[in-house]
Design a protein around this ligand. Sequence first.
Ligand SMILES: [Zn+2]
Length: 80
Amino acid sequence: MLFTFQDRNKERWLKSKARHSTKLRGHRMEKSWKRLDAQGWEQSLKCIECGMESIIDLQPLPNGVDISGEAIALNCPVRW
Ligand SMILES: [Zn+2]
């Protein structure tokens, strides 16, 4: 499946929300997201300090979430 204009907007929105949440938890995240699949429906970002990850999913399963990962749920143990 191809990325639509709406998908791009959703991707941008999820990434900014994920970055904001991890920042509030004291993490210092990498600059660029890593694709976990060929199209980039799922992408991850790692904290430079502690290695915890934040993951976004543009097509989550019905019982899944679109923003997840340890860096979203826990404070950075290195900086806090
Ligand atoms: Zn961290």
